[in-house]
Design a protein around this ligand. Structure first.
Ligand SMILES: *[C@@H]1O[C@H](CO)[C@@H](O)[C@H](O)[C@H]1NC(C)=O
Ligand SMILES: *[C@@H]1O[C@H](CO)[C@@H](O)[C@H](O)[C@H]1NC(C)=O
Ligand SMILES: *[C@@H]1O[C@H](CO)[C@@H](O)[C@H](O)[C@H]1NC(C)=O
Length: 233
């Protein structure tokens, strides 16, 4: 019966990874794109037109970061790849693999579907217990005429008074902006369009605070043995 020990080991890996992830971030933090005072309501920032009839099944699959503002990830990390998968009617997983300096990163991020049928993009996400679930919302999606999946999206996380079990422990206001595409390298035109959309919906004031990722020299993410889903209730 090694289950609790395995669970503990997995938890340790998560906490360690979270600690490593956050240690290098203070200097890299660029501050919140918004006013730094409060989190906006989902209804005030969601792009109603693109999210009309949103089908979360079409959101599944691999996403690459085109531009991000991500306080929990050191600027040394590159080659970010998210694998967003529905795991139950109420939950999803969003596994992140990346390369941070010489270290591979492999995080089992988990999420909860929206409880509001009118706003299916209003999801929660985190890495419990180190990072309790917080609103991480899908605000905008672009369909792809030739495929079922959405090909671009904008996500936004915001949490006031966010305590985490890893340095720096406390964020007066945690804010993250994620502009994702299905292609590793988005065209400049696509990047411009998506960044402008993030400005238009009001989650980015200063575009220089977005980090534009490039994927040159990225290899396939290495697998970390024994590292899998974090179970939460
Ligand atoms: C993404 O995750 C799903 C579910 O775990 C898995 O079946 C799929 O192979 C993964 N895709 C990649 C490219 O890793
Ligand atoms: C749209 O889908 C097709 C078919 O899956 C794919 O080849 C193409 O790269 C996608 N376009 C974008 C912009 O992702
Ligand atoms: C990132 O790309 C956007 C859109 O092309 C641009 O406006 C912005 O200045 C770029 N940011 C940086 C830090 O280079």
């Amino acid at each position: 019966m090694g289950a609790p020990r395995d669970a503990y080991r997995r938890l340790s890996v998560v906490v360690l990874a979270a600690g490593v992830l956050l240690l290098g971030t203070s200097a890299a933090r660029t501050g919140p794109p918004l006013d730094g005072e409060t989190c906006p309501d989902y209804g005030d920032i969601v792009d109603r037109e693109s999210m009309q009839g949103f089908d979360i099944e079409r959101y599944q699959g691999i996403w690459y970061s085109a531009a991000v503002h991500e306080p929990s990830e050191p600027a040394a990390c590159r080659c970010d790849q998210y694998n967003w998968t529905i795991t139950s009617p109420e939950t999803y997983s969003n596994r992140l693999t990346a390369s941070c300096g010489r270290f591979p990163l492999d995080l089992s991020i988990v999420g909860k579907m929206s409880s509001d049928p009118a706003n299916p993009g209003d999801t929660l996400e985190g890495m419990p217990p180190a990072f309790p679930l917080i609103p991480l919302q899908i605000l905008y999606v672009e369909p792809n005429g030739t495929s079922q999946e959405y090909t671009a999206c904008i996500r936004y996380a915001c949490k006031k008074d966010y305590w985490v079990a890893a340095p720096p422990f406390y964020y007066p206001l945690f804010e993250s902006v994620q502009i994702f595409t299905r292609e590793q390298v988005a065209s400049q035109a696509t990047l411009n369009r998506l960044v402008q959309k993030a400005v238009d919906i009001g989650i980015v004031e200063d575009v220089s605070k977005l980090r534009n990722l490039t994927y040159s020299g990225c290899s396939a993410p290495s697998e970390i043995q024994g590292f899998d889903e974090v179970v939460y209730t």
